[in-house]
Design a protein around this ligand. Structure first.
Ligand SMILES: [Zn+2]
Ligand SMILES: [Zn+2]
Length: 285
């Protein structure tokens, strides 16, 4: 009989390592798809694993932090299944003035020795920061950042001490924080609040990624019969139709099992066996 991935998880408790309201978009789809019961560790302070506004440095790279969060959540709730999330934001590597947001979800199943993750990169983020010295500049920033649906953070120095106002979601509060800071600072730093509950764009990205993760969790590997098959790699190099030179177009999608290495290759995923000469570095440099 074919293994059913859901059977690996049904009836178990899954700890969601979060404190920024992400369980609102995670718990229901996880419970529905896996048959688990989601719990939140009480008084779980994920800020000790790093904050977006920079007061706490992350202890390591994203994968390392995700593992730490999962382990802490399992210990706090005394269960053997946990899910953690990480977001990071920065300037777009190719496009000037654009930003990208990266979201990661990671599940650890200690009972079966499984680690299954999913990751998404998107230009759909409001991430930005600026220095402002007057109210119109602040208002312009707020408008472009999707305020007040998306919260803002203001920081500056008052009497030699850095003051940070987070989660500003009302014009009145934003402006009073600005006035409090402007009395002693010439310029004030403003940034988008990237904590999920203050950022509906992020919340939507996490919900979409959760669907992708679930699809992967529910996919059984043909090589080792374990859930979590679906780590995709896009191989570029589809040959030019005229001269055969490899182009940037996708030649194949390789799907690999991170556990046993079982590999499935889908050749010509775009449905064509050669690239338009327009995409060729030789024919159309
Ligand atoms: Zn496998
Ligand atoms: Zn060519």
């Amino acid at each position: 009989m074919a293994a059913v991935a859901r059977d690996w998880f049904a009836g178990r408790t899954l700890a969601i390592a979060t404190m920024h309201g992400k369980e609102k978009v995670l718990a229901e789809p996880l419970e529905k798809a896996l048959g688990v019961h989601c719990v939140l560790p009480e008084a779980f302070d994920t800020d000790r694993f790093g904050t977006f506004s920079g007061e706490v440095e992350r202890p390591g790279d994203a994968d390392f932090t995700l593992r730490l969060k999962c382990q802490a959540a399992m210990e706090a709730t005394n269960c053997d299944l946990a899910l953690a999330s990480e977001g990071s934001f920065g300037p777009h590597p190719m496009l000037p003035f654009a930003a990208v947001g990266e979201e990661r979800l990671f599940m650890i199943d200690r009972l079966h020795g499984l680690e299954i993750g999913a990751r998404s990169l998107s230009g759909l983020t409001n991430f930005q920061h600026a220095e402002v010295s007057d109210l119109p500049a602040l208002q312009a920033f707020a408008k472009s950042a999707g305020f007040p649906e998306h919260s803002l953070i203001l920081s500056g120095v008052i009497e030699g001490e850095t003051k940070v106002f987070k989660g500003l979601a009302q014009t009145e509060k934003l402006e009073s924080a600005f006035r409090a800071l402007i009395t002693s600072s010439d310029t004030i730093a403003v940034q988008t609040d990237m904590r999920a509950m203050h950022n509906p764009t992020r919340m939507r990205a996490i919900a979409t990624l959760c669907d992708e993760l679930l699809e992967r969790i529910l996919c059984i590997c043909k090589g080792c019969n374990q859930p979590g098959f679906g780590e995709r790699h896009y191989q570029r190099g589809l040959a030019c139709a005229w001269c055969g030179t490899p182009t940037e177009r996708v030649l194949s999608i390789e799907t690999k099992c991170s556990h046993c290495g079982h590999l499935e290759i889908q050749l010509y995923p775009e449905g064509v066996e050669a690239a338009e000469p327009g995409n060729c570095p030789d024919c159309n440099p």
